[in-house]
Design a binder for this molecule. Structure first.
Ligand code: C2O
Ligand code: CU
Length: 424
C-alpha cells in the first residue's frame, strides 16, 4: 500500500485584538486569527502541514512547533530564521511524523508574546489512538493583569527581581483562553483530555477533586500502558494525555492544580482552572487497550554519559541574577553527529525547579537521581527539581542544522538559561 501524504493548510494572522477572558472582561491580546489560543491544528500522522503566517503585529515574530520533529529550517527560532517583520509573511511547511499532543507558540520576545496569547494546540492523530467517546484539549495559562485587565510589568526593583527569579506567575487562571470555564461531558462515557501547559512559569499539578484518571500519553504521544493516578505534574511546555470517566450524572469535576513548591518565593495554593459538568448518560464506545504501543529503549539505564549540561543560578552585579547553562549565558554547545546516540546528564545544581526542553528531538529519560522513571515515554520537556541529575538518551536523526535546549520558564530562558548547538 502506498502511503498517502495529505496536505493540511492553515492561514495564520498574528495581530493584536480584544479578547474576552470572561463575560465583560476584555484584554488586549496578541494571538493568531483573533483568538486565544490560536486555531487548533488537526492533522493525521504523515500529513504535510502548511501554515502561512502573516504578521500584522507592530513587532517581529516567529512560530516554534513545540514537539514536532521539523527540519531545522522550520524550527522557528532566531538560530534558523529571520524573524517575520511587521507586514511580512512566512510559510512553514513540514511533515508531521508523530501522533500526539503538540503545540505551537511564538519564539520571539516570548515573555511578552506568549504571555499575551500567542500559542495554540496541535493534535496529530493516527490509527493507534484508542477509541474514545470524546476528546477535549485543555491549554493551561495564567496571566498577570491589573484590576482593569491590563498586562503589567513590575516597576519596582524587588518585584522585578522576584519575577525574574521565579518566572511570571499570574493571578488570572485560564483554560483555553477563558476564566472559570464550565465544560460538559456525559455520564457513562470516557473522554481523552489533552493537557498542554502554555504558561510562563506555572507548575500545574493536575487533580480532579480526588478522582482517579489514567495517563495514556506524554510529550511524544502514547505511553506503553495506561498509568492510574490521582494527580500528575505538568510543567511549562509539557503535555499529558489522560482518560477520564465514567462519571455519574450531576457530578461536577474540577480541573484543579494542587499546590506545588518549586522552591521559589511563590507557593501557590490549590486552585481551580475550570470545571466539567456531567450531563445525562449516553452509551459509550470507548475502548482503552491495556497495552497502547511499544517504546523501544534507546539505551540501557547504565549507558555511558557523553555530555554534561549544568543548570545553575548565580548572583550577578550586572543582571541581579544569572540563569546559567554550563556557567554561561545563551551559550553555544558542542555539535553532535547524525546517528550518534546522545546520553546527556542534565544536572540542576540550583535550588529551584527548571523544566528542560530540547528542540526538534524526543528523548527518553533513563534515570532521575539514579532511579528509572515511573514509566517509559517519549519526552521533549522534563522537570529538574533542585539538586537533581536527570540522564536522558536521544538520537540525532538526519536533520542537520541548528537546534537548542533551554529552560521553559520563559523568564529564565530570556535571562540566559539556553544553549544552541549544531547537528552535523
Ligand atoms: Cu516551547 Cu524553545 O520552546
Ligand atoms: Cu528555569
Amino acid at each position: 500500500m502506498k502511503k498517502q501524504s495529505n496536505i493540511v493548510e492553515y492561514q495564520f494572522e498574528a495581530s493584536q485584538f480584544e479578547w474576552e477572558i470572561a463575560e465583560g472582561k476584555t484584554i488586549q491580546a496578541w494571538g493568531f486569527n483573533k483568538q486565544v489560543p490560536g486555531p487548533i491544528i488537526k492533522a493525521r500522522k504523515g500529513d504535510t502541514l502548511v501554515v502561512r503566517l502573516k504578521n500584522s503585529l507592530s513587532e517581529s515574530t516567529m512560530i516554534h512547533w513545540h514537539g514536532i520533529r521539523v527540519p531545522a529550517s522550520m524550527d522557528g527560532t532566531g538560530e534558523v530564521q529571520k524573524p517575520v517583520a511587521p507586514g511580512e509573511e512566512f510559510e512553514y511547511r513540514f511533515q508531521v511524523e508523530d501522533a500526539g499532543s503538540f503545540w505551537y507558540h511564538s519564539h520571539h520576545n516570548e515573555t511578552v508574546q506568549m504571555e499575551r496569547g500567542m500559542y495554540g494546540a496541535i493534535v496529530v492523530e493516527d490509527e493507534l489512538d484508542p477509541v474514545v467517546d470524546e476528546e477535549k484539549i485543555f491549554m493551561i495559562d495564567d496571566m498577570k493583569l491589573t484590576a482593569n485587565f491590563e498586562f503589567t510589568k513590575p516597576s519596582w526593583a524587588l518585584p522585578r527581581l522576584i519575577e525574574k527569579h521565579d518566572g511570571r506567575q499570574g493571578d488570572t487562571l485560564l483554560i483555553n483562553g477563558k476564566v472559570d470555564s464550565l465544560l460538559h461531558m456525559h455520564a457513562r462515557q470516557m473522554e481523552r483530555w489533552r493537557f498542554i501547559n502554555a504558561s510562563s512559569a506555572r507548575y500545574f499539578k493536575l487533580y480532579l477533586g480526588g478522582r482517579e484518571f489514567k495517563i495514556i500519553g506524554s510529550d511524544g504521544g502514547l505511553i506503553e500502558q495506561p498509568v492510574v493516578v490521582r494527580e500528575a505534574l505538568i510543567t511549562p511546555g509539557e503535555r499529558l494525555d489522560i482518560m477520564v470517566g465514567p462519571f455519574k450524572e450531576g457530578e461536577i469535576i474540577p480541573i484543579d492544580s494542587l499546590s506545588y513548591s518549586r522552591s521559589t518565593f511563590l507557593r501557590p495554593k490549590k486552585e481551580t482552572f475550570a470545571s466539567v459538568k456531567v450531563l445525562e448518560a449516553k452509551p459509550s464506545v470507548a475502548n482503552i487497550p491495556p497495552f497502547l504501543r511499544v517504546i523501544e529503549p534507546l539505551a540501557p539505564q547504565e549507558a555511558a554519559i557523553n555530555r554534561k549540561v549544568k543548570f545553575s543560578v548565580g548572583p550577578s552585579l550586572k543582571n541581579g541574577m544569572n540563569f546559567l547553562i554550563n556557567n554561561g549565558l545563551h551559550v553555544l554547545d558542542e555539535p553532535v553527529k547524525v546517528g550518534e546516540l546522545q546520553v546527556w546528564e542534565i544536572d540542576n545544581v540550583s535550588l529551584m525547579d527548571h523544566p528542560f526542553h530540547l528542540h526538534g528531538f524526543f528523548f527518553q529519560v533513563l534515570e532521575i537521581n539514579g532511579k528509572a522513571p515511573a514509566y517509559k515515554a517519549w519526552k521533549d520537556t522534563i522537570n529538574l527539581t533542585p539538586r537533581t541529575k536527570v540522564k536522558i538518551a536521544w538520537m540525532p536523526d538526519n536533520r542537520p542544522g541548528k537546534w537548542m535546549y533551554h529552560c521553559h520558564i520563559l523568564e529564565h530562558h530570556a535571562a540566559g538559561m539556553m544553549a544552541s548547538f549544531e547537528v552535523i
